[in-house]
Design a protein around this ligand. Structure first.
Ligand SMILES: [Zn+2]
Length: 169
């Protein structure tokens, strides 16, 4: 794993952050992803778990599906995936299966991350494909977007509870 944060990486991560923002706007946990091929964005997506009521609709999965549709192949061999949060086990699996060359993520996920935090599926040499991993690109911004989102949810719930109590009195 490398911590190299080149200008291009930060640029594409900022696009993934834009996607994450779209998720927050519709009350989805703000996680965004973009897939880049030959320096061109071929897919961008954000988490849609609440909207779809489907636990598999993570940003990375949706971006992989879009990229495959766009290029007409399940092989994304030269693609780079940018995602604001470290991939979970499901997304890491999909990344390996689609043979993505490199993954760049923002914030670490100590509770589900499988690109270095809990385990490192992406760089495990026992699989038939390994993926280069670059971590902590705009990590602070990516992490703050998540913590702000959860803080606001807690605040909203507290307000609802308070106004509920007031209505009962
Ligand atoms: Zn995932």
């Amino acid at each position: 794993m490398t911590l190299d944060t080149g200008l291009d990486d930060r640029h594409f991560m900022s696009l993934a952050l834009e996607e994450a923002k779209k998720a927050a706007e519709i009350n989805e946990v703000p996680i965004g992803a973009v897939i880049v091929l030959d320096n061109e964005v071929v897919a961008s997506a954000h988490n849609l778990r609440e909207t779809t009521q489907n636990a598999t609709t993570h940003a990375e999965i949706l971006a992989i599906q879009e990229a495959c549709n766009r290029i007409g192949s399940w092989r994304l061999e030269n693609a780079v995936l940018y995602v604001t949060l470290e991939p979970c086990p499901m997304c890491s699996g999909a990344i390996i299966l689609s043979r993505i060359k490199r993954v760049v993520f923002g914030a670490y996920d100590p509770k589900a991350g499988c690109a270095g935090s809990l385990m490192n599926l992406l760089e495990d040499e026992r699989f038939n494909h390994q993926c280069e991993v670059t971590s902590d690109v705009l990590g602070k911004e990516c992490g703050e977007m998540l913590s702000t989102f959860f803080r606001e949810i807690r605040h909203k719930k507290k307000q609802e509870k308070l106004s509920g109590n007031a209505a009962n009195n």
